[in-house]
Design a protein around this ligand. Structure first.
Ligand code: NAP
Length: 255
């Protein structure tokens, strides 16, 4: 039986990933902060899908987070076949108004933690000759976004990092996928106070739909997954439009 490690499983896209992998018969290791929710999730998934579920209650913005997760994995003697780097959050607003502390935490989690955990897990995947890693980016990975400058920059890092690793691993049994969702119906928008923006009023996808598409494509070894036709068009236009125009549209959408 294969084992998947998923971060950020207590709500939204990560929760849908946990359900999907359990449905597919994987044993799961779940990581997020809210221990009570993790415990409930463990019990529900074990009962429904008859798979083994372990959890790690951990703030992934902390400097030693990846090390602590690896210590648990070593203690359990678990082999990670699939890693889903999903946990994330947003801090929206004009850069001079947003919280620097939150932005530094975001950089810690989206960049530092994802980089360190991927490196540590990848070493074992290389020894085993098999692995799938899915890193959750965003349509913002393609679009430098005014009023979301740090978030979109961290998501651009995730895509660039993942694409480079694809090149290194092309002749191995390990595949890296970047998932770039657009607006998705989770707790994400409300936490960032952008739930009433135009961005979250049009073409919002359900997390289960996003995950269904992502799962299928990551298992095929696809490099990039942009779920939904609206998001595909958005990314395609952003590649040909002048940045000044993309800037104005983004401000309008997140207003
Ligand atoms: N929803 C969207 O519109 C959208 C669009 C593009 C990309 N994304 C990306 O999709 C991913 C999942 O987001 P979502 O929409 O599912 O949001 P969500 O519903 O808010 O879920 C976020 C998950 O991340 C965990 N998390 C947040 N901060 C954490 C921390 N410091 N340490 C550990 N875990 C933490 C949360 O768990 P705890 O609170 O229990 O820690 C939760 O399980 C993120 O990377 C996000 O950037 C979302």
């Amino acid at each position: 039986m294969k084992t998947v490690l998923i971060t950020g499983t207590t709500s939204g896209i990560g929760k849908a990933f946990a359900e999907k992998f359990a449905y597919e018969g994987y044993n799961l290791i779940l990581a997020a902060r809210n221990e009570q929710k993790l415990k409930q999730q463990q019990a529900a998934l074990q009962e429904t899908y008859h798979v083994a579920v372990k959890y790690i209650a951990q703030d992934l913005t902390q400097e030693n987070a990846a090390g602590l997760i690896m210590a648990d994995i070593d203690k359990w003697k678990a082999t990670i076949d699939v890693l889903v780097n999903n946990a994330g959050f947003n801090e929206c607003g004009f850069f001079t108004d947003t919280s620097l502390d939150r932005e530094l935490e975001m950089i810690n989690m989206h960049i530092r933690f994802v980089t360190e955990l991927t490196k540590r897990i990848l070493v074992h995947m290389k020894e085993n000759g098999y692995g799938r890693i899915l890193n959750v980016g965003s349509t913002g990975s393609f679009i430098p976004s005014p009023t979301d400058a740090v978030y979109s920059a961290t998501k651009a890092y995730i895509m660039s990092f993942s694409n480079a690793l694809c090149g290194e691993l092309s002749k191995t049994g390990i595949k890296i996928t970047t998932l770039c969702p657009g607006a998705t119906k989770t707790e994400f928008a409300a936490k960032a106070n952008i739930q009433n923006t135009l961005l979250f009023k049009i073409a919002v996808m359900n997390p289960e739909k996003v995950v269904g598409i992502a799962y299928r494509k990551m298992m095929k070894g696809r490099r990039l997954v942009i779920p939904g036709i609206y998001n595909k068009l958005l990314v395609a236009f952003s590649k040909v439009m002048p940045i000044s125009l993309t800037n104005r549209i983004t401000v309008f959408m997140i207003r």
